[in-house]
Write a protein that binds this ligand. Sequence first.
Ligand SMILES: O=P(O)(O)OC[C@H]1O[C@H](OP(=O)(O)OP(=O)(O)O)[C@H](O)[C@@H]1O
Ligand SMILES: O=C(O)c1cc(=O)[nH]c(=O)[nH]1
Ligand SMILES: [Mg+2]
Length: 194
Amino acid sequence: MTNDDVLDEFRAAGALREGHFVLSSGLHSPVFLQKNLVFMRPERCERLCKALADKIVATVGHVDVAVSPAVGGIIPGYETARHLNVPSIYVEREGGGFKFRRGFHLEPGQKVVMVEDIVTTGLSSRECIQAIKDAGGDVVAAACIVDRSGGKVDVGVPLIALASLEVPAYPADALPPELAAIPIEDPGSRRLKG
Ligand SMILES: O=P(O)(O)OC[C@H]1O[C@H](OP(=O)(O)OP(=O)(O)O)[C@H](O)[C@@H]1O
Ligand SMILES: O=C(O)c1cc(=O)[nH]c(=O)[nH]1
Ligand SMILES: [Mg+2]
């Protein structure tokens, strides 16, 4: 799939949103990819994740397991794992960091692909990769549906992105006036209080 094919799936799902969004990293952006509106349609999710699985196999060959960071990574992680024919497990936030819960664990040295939905700064990917390493996994690659950094981000392992875009994002103290004038939405789960 080309970048345009991937973006067309987001457009067709109404998931390419414009406004004023505060991202997981705390950066602000006029564009938000609301991936859940894409993943809610199994046929869309299947098209994207099959293409991502093919790209993973072509890049790193066989892996043993896919691990994703909750919440956004869970559905694409599962669907990508289905096409890789490997198990899919996930980490979730507990006390600030990502932890394996629900009986999920890794065997020492298992080859892991970390599957994210969207990468912006790579912070969530790096946190997830650290949790996998702490659990004994060997992270052979990271993968995502969309890399919003246009290939600039470094997550410490090769990043396999189905699509790569450069989307503007600004620190809170450096907002363009036209963005500052729009009310803020905070759509992710990082700052959710229980
Ligand atoms: O590369 P980054 O700067 O870390 O940004 C990308 C992350 O932001 C989103 O997660 P978020 O924490 O908003 O919560 P969600 O997974 O529940 O959507 C997305 O799912 C990625 O995990
Ligand atoms: O950086 C993020 O938090 C982020 C950006 C985006 O476009 N979509 C998303 O789900 N998260
Ligand atoms: Mg996430």
